[in-house]
Design a protein around this ligand. Sequence first.
Ligand code: IFG
Length: 490
Amino acid sequence: MPTLIPQPSQANFHETVFNLLPTAEIVLNTTESEVFNIAALLAAALRPATRFELPIRAGKASQAGDIALMLEGNDPQLGAEGYTLEISPEKATLRAPTAAGLFYATQTLRQLFPIAIDCKDEQPNQTWQIACGQVRDQPNYAWRGMMLDVARHFFGVDALKHLIDLLAYHKINTLHLHLTDDQGWRIMIESWPWLALHGGSTATNGDPGGYYTQADYRAIVAYAQERYITVVPEIDMPGHTNAALASYDELNENGLAPNLYTGIKVGFSSLAIHKAITYQFIEDVVREIAALTPGKYLHIGGDETHSTSETDYITFIERIQEIVTKTGKQMIGWEEIGKTHLKPGTVAQFWWNRKVITQATDQGNSIIMSPANKAYMDIKYHEMTTLGLAWTKSYTEIKDAYEWDPASLIDGLPAESILGIESALWTETIFTQGNLDFMAFPRLCGYAEIGWTPPEKRNWDEYRGRLAKHGQRLQKMGIQFYHSSQIDWE
Ligand code: IFG
């Protein structure tokens, strides 16, 4: 039986098989370029191990042995991201009312092949059989996200593309980039160049800094968009702003820029709430970031503002909300923004304080669930994990990361206010690709399932068996994941 992560909402498979042969073609019932791109990504994923040509034929009738991508129908139950997949001995037929649904059908198809399919080098004596059967699938939540903190430590364009490939493979559709913090400003703002040039020049522990040029950032956004992932940029303010304050004297209350900061304390910095130039700075930054963001959300942070008074915080956030919405974007902030008056489209992101997040849902606003003691991937797996932090006073093993439900985690929280789930990898202690892979995988597989699969189909004892096999795929992909003793790895 095939093992799929995330688990589809309906799937059944039989003993008979479909063989992918060297003569196979990928045929499309449309010449739409978006569907052609999906087919090209599928072919690119299947070619390395099979060395099959897999030509893409747009608008051609499918024949025996083909993979057919059919953009058709408008089944409301499948919604914006659902799909069906029909595997017979003759043909693999993927159907969806939207391109996004077809894309997710191809991710499921990839997981039906033997694990050797994910090898980068040719597997000459491997046959490419997949079980015949039917899948009918659609996501439980619309918001299935991961946040990467690129401020504490910088991760370049290639690292992000590697991560985006893996997010897409697990049907995650949002990448929140925490672009600025005390330790680093990671995106070039052309009207304030020293933010990146100076504020982006170092990182935690004095490790190398770095920043994205606007061309780099556009490349990341485009690469993500091709894989049906929306990038949500975060400019954290008014706290977590030492890198900005260090870059421009005039941004500081006393007119003096502090030194760059390479430690891991939080809560010590604040923008100058009552200086006019602060709002010129924010207008310019928000304008440039909005111009780089095809998605509808801009995240403005708002967390841990221990150096900003409560009244100043409220005034500031309400003013920022005006600046953001004037660009046509909607604002996201960490849970603390619940203390302020929120516009209807503003979203609050739960991470720790259940009372504060309720102040957002009490206003009728939507939220994203990122509980630090369940979904923060920088929290240690156990007391011996060298990487990561443990401030939550609990550890997050694979089972802890999987066995919870966003809709019932907080008593009294209206389930309909939850847009979805987002795991977060803060990088105070995460520096290399290996560190990132180790802390993110395999916990991210569980979060992908919590975001996609309905709770009644999520069960730890069944999941751990699937994850044991899925680990072989992660291995083939070269991911240095954590081999938890809770899983009987194959
Ligand atoms: N909380 C801080 C992060 C980071 C995190 C590490 C939020 C919203 C602890 N803020 O989580 O900057 O330091 O686990």
